[in-house]
Write a protein that binds this ligand. Structure first.
Ligand code: ATP
Ligand code: MG
Length: 588
């Protein structure tokens, strides 16, 4: 699979081209819209649609939305915004098995967090396909009456067997030509709960020898005795997705129904259904048109809801919004910004060819934003005591640093320097390796925003563990003073004072998988979990930092950080969103 490099912003894409052509041809000039989803006989009494186009984002509430969905959300909502249209949020909840209200809530929360609204201009375009069950039942009855559908009594195995293959035509069901009144009354009996699951199905009557298997009398209704999270026990028959979808689009007056490539083979059935329902006076023209684009695939993640659920149920992560999950709410909790996700979606191409985008492009999108906006602080993880032996014990001096070097207007931060400091453990080596510029006995480095120091020695316990490092500061070398350029130093060490720093818990998140293609064929993705994807530690923070939930921080030389949205105890939890540089480059 190809891994794409970052692309420049796409000015146009094939879907935009189609829309522009449609608008130029005035395709929707006479399109009616009652102000709510309805069949043609309710629309006709009403007015012309003010919206130039209508798109929809149709998630099934059977899981949380993931980064792949973000691409579809971005596409559908931004097209509506660009062309003076509307984008509907429609819950495609026609399959009661795995759907629930928690998922509905999570989807609403994720889309709102991204910044989109379906409530514009006095129209609240939030819909549930399950609200259309009555219409769907009516349409199905009408199809039976028109000779376009029949009740089949074959077993599931027989139906499968008689469907034929890609090279062989299917066989007509023995029930295909049963009298219309018989199908109609059996269909009503199905609805009335007179048969067990799977006993009968309603099938469209199209063509059992069609080269497109999806047109070989597809099933359009099945019996399922299960409570639906919204309609409860009202129905025990449920429409099949491929038949329900064009109906949902038509009822809502959708103009451009954008979906992913796996539905391409279903398009003829989509169009067939619309034509039949038009002939039966159930829906209007112009019809919604289906367009397909390729799914977003990213390296180092899995997106299938089934697999995400396996990660949760197997306790590999702590829920749908675990900061390592590729869900939108997981990314939100991790510390991603809505803009970094939308910019990422804009950067990647909209096309019909399958590709896999490197995960680092998403990370870079966040860095690009936070580089310009995040507040800088110094922080220390894995602290090592540094004592400036020639600095008086009770003395302290103020140091100055920009809040964000790109924005002078963000101001200056101030913090004390004194004798006893913390530095990061790996900023000292007793026996330096080649090219190591940081602290080692005899070396001279700058303590960032403060003095130049010379390392004198380290103190160890009897097991040879380093307990503390000693150094001497060099007078008149403080940053921003005249003498600051007196020495050229290569190392620049970040630090905090022992006296004035505060501490918190930090979680160093990293990629959940250590393989770029954890679920490619022949692999079990659970074998590729990165056991260092969540490392907990303590962090010592520069004096003056305010732990505000709205803030994004760059801890200098470390990465970008944000408070976790879920705080469990009185010591704050900070998440590392991403490191400053891509540490995965060239690995694996
Ligand atoms: P999954 O297969 O990951 O469980 P799904 O396709 O069943 O997801 P839906 O809730 O049916 O999830 O998807 C809602 C919309 O989002 C659909 O229009 C679907 O085509 C689109 N979508 C889903 N996954 C992606 C993806 N990876 N990239 C772009 N669009 C996607
Ligand atoms: Mg689906």
């Amino acid at each position: 699979m190809a891994i794409l490099e970052p692309l420049t912003k796409e000015k146009t894409n094939f879907i935009k081209n189609i829309i522009e052509k449609d608008l130029k041809n005035n395709l929707f000039k006479n399109k009616l819209w009652a102000g709510y989803p309805a069949p043609s006989y309710k629309q006709n009494k009403n007015k012309i649609d003010k919206a130039k186009i209508r798109t929809r984002f149709p998630p099934e509430p059977n899981g949380y939305l993931h980064i792949g969905h973000a691409k579809s959300i971005f596409l559908n909502f931004s097209l509506a915004l660009n062309y003076n249209g509307r984008c509907h949020l429609r819950f495609d909840d026609t399959n009661p098995d795995k759907e629930n209200s928690e998922y509905v809530e999570s989807i609403i929360k994720a889309i709102k967090w991204l910044g989109y609204s379906w409530d514009t201009d006095g129209e609240n375009n939030l819909y549930y396909a399950s609200d259309y069950f009555e219409y769907m039942f009516e349409f199905a009855e009408s199809m039976i009456e028109g000779g376009y559908a029949y009740i089949d009594e074959q077993t599931q195995d027989e139906i499968k067997l008689n469907r034929g293959t890609l090279t062989e035509p299917g066989k007509n069901s023995p029930w295909r030509n049963r009298p219309i009144h018989e199908s109609l009354s059996l269909f009503r009996d199905m609805r009335d709960g007179k048969f067990p699951n799977g006993h009968l199905v309603l099938r469209a009557k199209i063509d059992m020898s069609s080269p497109n298997i999806n047109l070989r009398d597809p099933i359009i209704y099945r019996i399922r005795h299960i409570e639906h999270y919204r309609t409860k026990k009202k129905w025990c028959i449920y429409p099949m997705y491929n038949w329900a979808h064009p109906i949902e689009d038509a009822l809502e007056g959708i103009t451009h129904s954008i979906c992913t490539l796996e539905f391409e083979d279903q398009r003829p059935f989509y169009d067939w259904t619309l034509n039949i329902l038009y002939n039966l006076n159930k829906i209007n023209k112009p019809f919604p048109r289906q367009y397909e684009f390729s799914k977003l695939n990213l390296t180092y993640i899995v997106t299938s809801k089934r697999k995400l659920l396996q990660l949760i149920e197997g306790n590999y992560v702590e829920g749908w919004d675990d900061p390592r999950m590729p869900t939108i709410l997981g990314l939100c909790r991790r510390g991603y910004t809505p803009n970094s996700i939308l910019n990422f979606c804009e950067k990647i191409p909209i096309s019909k060819s399958e590709s896999t985008i490197d995960y680092s492009i998403l990370e870079q999108s966040l860095r690009d934003e936070l580089e310009l906006t995040a507040k800088r602080f110094m922080a220390v993880i894995n602290p090592l005591k540094l004592i400036i032996t020639n600095y008086p014990e009770n003395k302290s001096e103020i140091c100055y640093a920009p809040v964000n070097p790109h924005n002078p207007s963000d101001g200056i931060r101030k913090f004390n320097f004194c004798r006893e400091l913390w530095i990061n453990f790996d900023d000292f080596l007793e026996n330096p390796t080649k090219g190591y510029f940081r602290l080692y006995p005899g070396n001279i480095v700058r303590l960032k925003y403060s003095y130049i120091i010379k390392c004198t020695k380290c103190i160890k316990d009897q097991n040879n563990n380093i307990l503390e490092v000693h150094a001497e500061y060099i007078e008149n070398t403080k940053s921003n003073t005249e003498g600051s350029n007196k020495f050229k130093v290569k190392g620049n060490i970040t630090w905090v004072t022992q006296k004035y720093s505060s501490h918190a818990n930090v979680i160093l998140y990293d990629r959940l998988f250590n393989d770029p293609y954890p679920d490619s064929s022949g692999k079990n993705f659970l074998d590729y979990i990165n056991d260092k994807s969540k490392v907990e530690a303590k962090i010592w923070l520069e004096e003056g930092i305010v732990l505000d939930h709205n803030d994004y921080w760059q801890f200098e030389r470390m990465g970008y950080f944000k408070l976790d949205k879920k705080q469990t105890n009185h010591i704050p939890i900070i998440n590392r969103i991403v490191t400053l540089k891509d540490s995965w480059k060239n690995s694996k």
